[in-house]
Design a protein. Structure first.
Length: 342
């Protein structure tokens, strides 16, 4: 059985601000003494797990990350429960998911809940609407220790107050960084008041943006994923959905301003039982002053892998490559390859 699936990908984004910091600037990182654009793993994971690709491929078998557990309690009002009764029910249910301040309507922190847990809450609320006055202890066993939604199984969750229901993430996602040095640029803009018959603008402002070719890396522990999901077929669909999302889905930051949607130009998928390793070191020395950044980045990536294989031994058992730059391979072939090893 194959244990690890590693995905290396290169995606080029035109001027954009996909993932910004507290000042509204594109996130950056210094690597090899050079400034690079960065897209955080949190931004990437959210874009992937909330995408139409995930929803459609997994037929809705995805969870929710929320503080608003009270969202699922709205039917209690329609059923005629008093405010006092609703407050007591809400307090008991919130305590299961980590608790909140006294009298609060929602949790203090975001929690990841699976579809089976959402259904358990809805079932409890339905029972309370049908006549039961207050939930009993057995009714409050809402958290599930196994058979999680695919996204919860992939990306994990933590309950500080109830560690028995923590889920170790089966998927590790690296922050994507540009293969070359990048300077964040300023975009000075003005907006014109359509009803102003005189000269001048109605508003002045500045937005920051950047552009570049990003290297990303994802490692999936297939054994752990299957254990978390407890359904081999659903696990397979989950990995296929993730692969397609990596290839097709972009973070949503400032898309209306920049329309910076892009597909991966290159993907290298490796399957095997060997110790995983990123190939980010290929870009420790930034790609620069070369005719084609994409071609040079692909050559660097493949060359670094080959050299590592010479030194450490072959780091994979089987592979599949998609190279949109040369028109080689296809997403369908990648998905078929993944289906065969999961």
């Amino acid at each position: 059985m194959t244990r690890f699936l590693q995905i290396h990908y290169l995606t080029a984004y035109p001027p954009s601000n996909l993932n910004r910091d507290d000042l509204g600037r594109p996130k950056t990182a210094v690597m090899g003494g050079r400034n690079r654009l960065r897209i955080s793993s949190q931004s990437l994971k959210r874009a992937w797990r909330t995408s139409d690709v995930f929803e459609q491929t997994l037929d809705g078998n995805v969870g929710k990350r929320t503080k608003q557990i009270s969202h699922y309690l709205k039917p209690l009002q329609d059923a005629g429960k008093t405010e006092k009764e609703i407050a007591e029910i809400r307090s008991q249910i919130l305590s299961v998911f980590g608790g909140s301040k006294k009298g609060a309507e929602d949790l203090d922190t975001l929690v990841y809940i699976s579809q089976s847990e959402i259904k358990a809450i809805e079932s409890l609320v339905q029972g309370l609407c049908s006549g039961k006055t207050m939930p009993e202890a057995k009714d409050l066993q809402l958290l599930k220790a196994e058979a999680h939604s695919v996204d919860v199984s992939m990306f994990g969750r933590m309950f500080a107050s109830n560690t028995d229901f923590n889920v170790e993430a089966a998927t590790q996602v690296a922050h994507a960084i540009t293969t070359h040095e990048v300077a964040v640029e300023d975009d000075f803009f003005s907006a014109v008041d359509d009803l102003n018959e005189g000269t001048g603008s109605g508003h002045l402002g500045v937005h920051e943006f950047g552009a570049g070719l990003f290297y990303g890396y994802v490692c999936i522990d297939l054994e752990l994923l299957k254990k978390n999901v407890a359904n081999d077929e659903l696990s397979k669909r989950g990995v296929i959905a993730l692969i397609e999302a990596i290839a097709r889905v972009s973070p949503t930051g400032k898309q209306n301003s920049y329309a910076s949607r892009a597909h991966a130009s290159y993907m290298l998928i490796e399957a095997g039982n060997q110790q995983p390793r990123s190939l980010a070191v290929a870009y420790l020395k930034s790609v620069k002053d070369e005719a084609d950044y994409l071609e040079s980045s692909i050559v660097r990536l493949e060359g670094t892998r080959n050299n590592m294989d010479k030194v450490y031994g072959k780091g994979w058992d089987s592979e599949c490559i998609l190279n949109a730059y040369k028109g080689e391979g296809s997403l369908d072939l990648v998905k078929s390859f993944v289906a065969g090893v999961v």
